[in-house]
Write a protein that binds this ligand. Structure first.
Ligand code: MG
Length: 293
């Protein structure tokens, strides 16, 4: 199933979406009285045993604005750095990476940081450029994993049972701030730096461990990989994070970006106001955002 967080005549509505026919059905048609957000839907679906078969023709998606599926995360987005080998190499060579040991090709353990909830914006929303604070803006196409059933001490073997679904994330970054402040938090946490969407696709519809991921800037293909190339796979990330931090329904894990980011080029290809970043992940849809003023 694909779920969307829609703005419908100014009111937020969680809906089941058919992307083939571009129609939607409000979730309240399946769960009587449901009036919550996507995280509340995830919480109720962990226990739900009803039927999600659409009744009737649905309403056209063009009547609504698609928002980020989880536009108000309850806590920070968990993010993983340097989780594709070729990207780890391009980052190390770029001179922007203060976290690598000399000549290190890949990290020994997952490199984890977070972005605050205030970074999240939806598809089609302009990414603030934060000029003149930030001068070297970069894109990172990533698979977002959304937790269903929470837990602590989740083992690899059971980890995939805790995945509710997947979405598309752009881990947008100000490279100059990332480099200047050494810790990655500031450079990756400016308001609007986490475009997300368009949909939350349930785990039965997409194999998160084998999805093509691609990113274009102004129509030029920059990143092209598959999530099976992750250095630390989804079960490892869940095991690592949950070892001492209880995961909650609706938590989001951005799993890392493949090679082809702006600093991977010589000279670097940073993005600027007016550039359009389009990220597509197989079965999950397209996330497109323009860099704003
Ligand atoms: Mg990233």
């Amino acid at each position: 199933m694909k779920f969307a967080n829609l703005s419908l005549n100014g009111a937020k509505t969680i809906a089941l979406v058919d992307t083939q026919t571009s129609v939607f059905w409000p979730v309240a048609e399946f769960i009587p009285g449901f009036n919550g957000d996507m995280i509340q839907l995830i919480q109720s679906l962990v226990r739900f045993s009803g039927d999600f078969r659409p009744k009737g023709a649905g309403r056209p998606l063009s009547d609504a604005v698609v928002l980020a599926p989880i536009d108000q995360p309850r806590r920070n987005i968990f993010c993983v750095g340097k989780n594709y080998s070729e990207h780890a190499a391009e980052f190390q060579k770029s001179g922007f990476d203060h976290s690598a040991k000399d000549n290190e090709h890949a990290p020994e353990a997952p490199v984890v940081f977070t972005k605050p909830a205030s970074t999240v914006i939806g598809p089609g929303v302009k990414i603030p450029s934060h000029a003149p604070l930030a001068k070297q803006l970069d894109y990172e196409a990533e698979l977002g994993v959304v937790i269903g059933k929470g837990g602590r001490g989740i083992k690899r073997a059971e980890a995939m049972q805790h995945v509710f679904g997947y979405t598309v994330i752009n881990d947008f970054t100000a490279r100059d701030l990332q480099k200047l402040h050494r810790q990655w938090f500031l450079g990756k946490s400016l308001d609007g730096f986490c475009p997300m969407g368009p949909y939350l696709v349930t785990a039965d519809e997409a194999d998160g461990q084998n999805l093509d991921i691609q990113c274009w800037v102004n129509g030029e293909l920059r990143q092209s990989a598959n999530t099976r190339q992750l250095i630390f796979d989804i079960p490892t990330l869940i095991e690592t994070l949950s070892a001492g931090i209880e995961l909650h329904p609706g938590d989001v894990i951005a799993t890392g970006t493949p090679a082809g980011v702006g600093i991977g080029f010589n000279p670097p290809k940073f993005v600027q106001t007016g550039d359009v970043i389009r990220i597509e992940i197989q079965h999950l849809g397209v996330l497109e955002n323009e860099v704003g003023e």
